[in-house]
Design a protein around this ligand. Sequence first.
Ligand SMILES: [Zn+2]
Ligand SMILES: [Zn+2]
Length: 165
Amino acid sequence: MKPETNQPETENRKPSFDDIYMDLARNLARRSHCVRAQVGSVLTKDTRIVSLGYNGPPAGTHNCDIEWAGVGCPKDSKGSCSLALHAEQNAILYASKNNVSIEGATLYVTLSPCISCARVIYTMGIKKVLYLDSYAEFKGLSIDEGVEFLRKFGVEVVRYFIKEK
Ligand SMILES: [Zn+2]
Ligand SMILES: [Zn+2]
């Protein structure tokens, strides 16, 4: 059955910017050399891309999957890669390094921000975060600390769900 709508059909089939940027973040995640988790992120302002990133050690240092193939890279106390910058950090640092203002920006990220990224996101003045998977679910934690932190201090955080095509 066709749903009733006022919009012309062609308009309905166009992807939203949220769909486009989350798709891009998911594609970027596939570039990550990290063994345990692959995360991608896109920063936009006024619907234009201002930066992007994926998780991994700083450029020009390590490729975990090649250097520690099979065994995995050195882990930190929480069981994450001890060498990697998170996808959000990479996107934010790139913007900072290139003097691109991200005040008021929107962040698309494939995994909800951890608490330390949340602190940075808040400090940089990012106003909205859309995430795909839950960091708490991934880590087996009871709450998404990063999401709670951001919401508490007025950053809009929305979980994005992939639409059936
Ligand atoms: Zn690693
Ligand atoms: Zn993080």
